[in-house]
Design a protein around this ligand. Structure first.
Ligand code: FES
Length: 208
């Protein structure tokens, strides 16, 4: 059976797997931890292929969607989808490389929104701005309304802590006197019971 040498230098792992193995299984077999799907649209198993991209199956639609441009030349793959189809050598890196793709998506969304906004007629632009301002205002009001409760809560905590400390201090001050008194009491009891340190035993009454 044809085999592939695969290594993850950053993780210090390397080994040999048979052709036909999925990248996720190869990584797991070598002890490389690969994150799971964060959601149906966000896959955590993105792996960078530094060498041997041509040995894998063609990138799937899911990979193209998730990894963007990097998936086209095969330098980034979703380990669950990428199957090793040819023998050779693969060097890979199991980093969270899906994060930059996620950032790129956010930037893409922002850019689209900017474009759409620019193309809107003036009255729609104003309506959008008013709508956004209303959202910002309602969030500000919610913050202002909740703030006093948070302040009172904090003051309550501080006072409770202060009261507790004071009580502890008073207890501490009172403690030596109490201990001294109880020590004196117990020692006087001991002295009464046995002035010479021996047991005071009552003589038995004479029997007739
Ligand atoms: S983690 Fe979702 S497909 Fe691999």
């Amino acid at each position: 059976m044809d085999e592939v040498e695969i290594s993850f230098p950053d993780e210090g792992r390397e080994g040999v797997v048979p052709v036909g193995t999925y990248l996720i299984d190869a990584a797991k077999r070598l002890g490389v931890s690969v994150p799971d799907c964060a959601s149906e649209e966000s896959h955590g198993c993105g792996i960078i292929i530094k060498k041997g991209a041509e040995l894998f199956s063609t990138p799937t639609e899911a990979e193209k969607e998730q990894l963007g441009a990097d998936s086209r030349d095969g330098t980034a793959r979703l380990a669950c989808y990428a199957k090793i189809e040819k023998p050779g050598e693969i060097i890979a890196m199991a980093k969270k490389k899906s994060e930059p793709a996620e950032e790129a998506k956010t930037e893409e969304r922002e850019e689209t929104y900017r474009k759409e906004f620019t193309e809107l007629p003036l009255e729609k632009k104003i309506a959008n701005l008013v709508h956004l301002e209303a959202i910002a205002l309602s969030e500000t009001f919610a913050f202002v309304i909740n703030s006093p409760f948070k302040v009172f809560e904090k003051v309550g905590d501080v006072l409770a802590e202060f009261g507790f400390k004071k009580e502890e201090e008073e207890k501490r001050k009172a403690r030596p006197a109490e201990n001294g008194a109880s020590d004196a009491k117990s020692s006087s009891k001991k002295q009464k019971a046995s002035p010479s340190g021996e047991k005071n035993e009552q003589p038995n009454p004479p029997t007739t």
